[in-house]
Design a binder for this molecule. Structure first.
Ligand SMILES: Nc1nc2c(ncn2[C@@H]2O[C@H](COP(=O)(O)OP(=O)(O)OP(=O)(O)O)[C@@H](O)[C@H]2O)c(=O)[nH]1
Ligand SMILES: [Mg+2]
Length: 317
């Protein structure tokens, strides 16, 4: 008998897709948009994301496992070395890479540098030109021209991670580029981010929103206590916000505690929506000098280790 191919059940496609690019390109915004949940914090300050964040999107035809990464920049602290290495390492491990440019700003040496990192990448690289909602369509052509000289991209896709424009097309393309394979995660799996990390990151997002200059870079948040014994009625969360110097402490606290109150109110509102319960949030501010260069402090904050050392100059972070 001639075997009849089973066309009713085509092989599914699944794979890991890394999101890389310079700080502020919109990688975390895209991750959240694609998986339909906020698992990565977003801000208008560069260097928002500090670790890899996995978010899974399930399709009838398969699964895309996105890995959001910290923006690639010149690292001048041990923290930043760990961040950049977390991003660059994905170039060896993933099935597909999405390199993201902020198309609303002129391509610069930073974009060229990141494109250069792709030289030895064996996997297909898709270039996503983000923030097209901010620019006229015809302004993309010179950017595409420049980018094509930097790397033989598998495709170049204009998107707006904020509005979702072009995102379904990007997802379809990525599904066609990942290997034929069974889903990697169960069909209700969303993210690798533990609840405690989501809490700490939500608080840090509000600190980033409210503060300026050096403060966003020198702030870290840890959850000291996550008390869900009365979760049905109220979830009690105790967090510490670390700053690097005594002089930064009053800035986060604000005049008469005004700033820390606003951070707390905004964070609590988001956390109550996320956990679907009432939240009690206790925030305190502590000085942890030079935590960005202290390996033990970085371990505690949960930024994975790396072997490399930071560059010499401390002028920029
Ligand atoms: N107008 C517009 N703004 C966007 C878009 N995508 C992201 N943004 C904004 O750009 C800023 C940076 O976004 P993020 O998603 O935090 O960028 P990122 O690449 O993850 O940045 P790092 O984590 O620092 O590497 C935020 O203010 C976003 O709201 C977009 O498509 N259009
Ligand atoms: Mg980010």
């Amino acid at each position: 008998m001639i075997p009849v191919p089973d066309v009713s059940c085509p092989m599914s496609r699944s794979g890991y897709v890394s999101l890389i690019g310079r700080p502020n390109a919109g990688k975390s915004t895209l991750l959240n948009k694609m998986i339909g949940a906020k698992v990565a914090i977003v801000s208008d300050k560069p260097q928002t994301t500090r670790t890899r964040i996995v978010g899974v999107k399930h399709f009838d035809e398969g699964q895309l496992v996105f890995v959001d990464t910290p923006g690639i920049h010149r690292p001048l602290h041990r923290l930043n070395v760990r961040m950049v290495d977390a991003a660059v390492e994905t170039l060896r491990e993933m099935d597909v890479v999405v390199l993201m440019f902020d198309a609303s700003s002129r391509p610069g040496r930073g974009d060229e540098f990141v494109s250069g990192l792709l030289r030895d990448a064996r996997m297909p690289v898709v270039l996503a030109l983000n923030k097209v909602d901010l620019i006229p369509k015809n302004s993309l052509l010179p950017l595409i021209d420049t980018a094509q000289k930097w790397h033989p991209f598998a495709a170049i896709v204009p998107i707006s991670a904020a509005t979702g424009d072009g995102v379904p097309e990007l997802e379809r393309l990525l599904l066609s580029l990942v290997p034929e394979a069974e889903p990697i995660f169960p069909d209700d799996y969303l993210t690798d981010q533990p609840e405690r990390v989501l809490v700490a990151e939500t608080v840090r997002e509000k600190v980033l929103e409210q503060t300026r200059a050096e403060l966003p870079f020198s702030t870290a948040v840890i959850v000291d206590q996550f008390d869900e014994s009365e979760r049905e009625q109220i979830l009690r969360l105790y967090c510490t916000i670390f700053v690097e110097t005594e002089s930064q402490k009053p800035i986060v606290i604000g005049r008469g505690g005004e700033m820390i109150k606003r951070i707390g109110t905004d964070a609590r509102r988001d956390l109550e929506a996320f956990f679907e319960t009432k939240v009690f949030l206790d925030l305190r501010v502590k000085v942890n000098p030079d935590w960005r260069d202290n390996e033990r402090a970085l371990d505690e904050i949960g930024v994975p280790r790396t072997a490399r050392r930071p560059a010499k100059s401390r002028r920029k972070s």
